[in-house]
Design a binder for this molecule. Structure first.
Ligand SMILES: [Mg+2]
Length: 339
């Protein structure tokens, strides 16, 4: 979506967003990504006035890991709020509940309340609550998920260590492998204790086609680590369970556009007046494109600008959807541009 089109766009319905995307594809209109700081002052002013809601990813945009704020991302985001923008923290990370994120935001200097946090653990629990799910959940994940299930009164099992015996046969004979007949859903999120027995349990529950299969997200890796190694993300665990169960999960996190509907329940969200900020194009930016939001990529996480330049040239409509409207080297570069 060219920036100029976005600036004058009237309030869009879901249907209009889809029609516009199809039109762009049909006309083979290529998207292009501009460095936001190169806009003329007047054009930046128009851009800044064009949105009143900001959805921002967290890992790789605001912080790295538990304690490291990326440059002055906290000051930047707080300034946006002081200037009247409503900010939502939209994270695919399932390791924390909304309460945990409020605590983390406060510790790292980001202004946030519980309603402004949209995490995948919360989305998964809300989904089950909305469908009046009344069985038990087998969780491959962590307390981030179980706290949100507790909050909506859904019982669960599975988190923590589930260690393999010497062989599968030994394990099955050991009495440590039992299936709970009350389980009616499997949620897969990030689990540092993911193991072969957990995979066997998930596959066995999902063998029953009535058992729901929910994945928090499909991110391949975490943005980076201090240890110079790749830290596999939830997507790798989901893929393992997908393969052994031969089932497709319902994915809660970005780029699933139903996140927009969850936010719209408490906030008057107009897609044409919403900005999505992220560091990963196949989740954050794709969510923005699908929902008709303006999009801003920051280069402090996963996606690199040379990848964007390749997608810009591509004839593939799906790759074109990954191209953000704007990019910045880091979020705090906004500080120099803000009024
Ligand atoms: Mg990220």
């Amino acid at each position: 979506m060219p920036a100029k089109t976005m600036l004058t766009m009237p309030k869009s319905t879901d249907k209009e967003v889809q029609i516009r995307l199809r039109l762009q594809e049909g006309l083979n209109m290529k998207r292009s990504c501009k460095l936001l700081s190169t806009l003329a002052k007047e054009d930046f002013g128009k851009f800044f006035e064009s949105f009143d809601t900001v959805l921002t990813d967290c890992d790789g945009v605001l912080w790295m890991g538990e304690n490291e704020v990326i440059d002055s991302a906290n000051i930047t985001l707080n300034k946006l709020q002081e200037l009247g923008k409503k900010v939502f923290y939209v994270t695919n990370n399932s390791t924390k509940s909304r309460d945990d994120y409020v605590t983390k935001c406060a510790r790292l200097g980001f202004k946030a309340d519980k309603e402004s946090i949209i995490g995948t653990s919360y989305l998964a629990a809300s989904y089950l609550k909305n469908i009046e799910f009344n069985k038990k959940v087998y969780v491959i994940g962590s307390e981030g998920i179980t706290k949100e299930l507790d909050a909506v009164g859904i019982s669960h099992s599975g988190i923590g260590r589930d260690v393999m015996s010497d062989t599968v046969v030994d394990h099955l004979k050991s009495g440590n492998f039992t299936l709970d007949p009350d389980v009616g859903a499997v949620i897969v999120g990030f689990d540092q204790h993911f193991s072969y027995p957990k995979m066997m349990k998930a596959a066995s529950y999902l063998y029953n086609k009535d058992t729901l299969f929910i994945a928090t997200n499909t991110d391949e890796q975490f943005p980076s680590s201090d240890f110079g190694v790749v830290i596999p993300g939830t997507g790798s665990i989901v893929a393992a369970v997908q393969t052994c169960s031969a089932r497709e999960p319902i994915v809660m996190g970005k780029p699933n556009p139903t996140i927009k509907d969850v936010i719209a329940k408490t906030h008057n969200l107009d897609p044409a007046r919403t900005l999505m900020i992220g560091d990963r194009c196949n989740t954050d930016i794709l969510l923005g494109t699908r929902c008709g939001f303006a999009t801003l990529l920051v280069l402090t996480g996963v996606t690199q600008i040379h990848e964007v330049r390749e997608w810009e040239k591509s004839e593939d409509a799906e790759l074109q959807k990954l191209v953000p409207d704007f990019y910045l080297d880091k979020l705090s570069d906004l500080l120099d541009l803000l009024p």
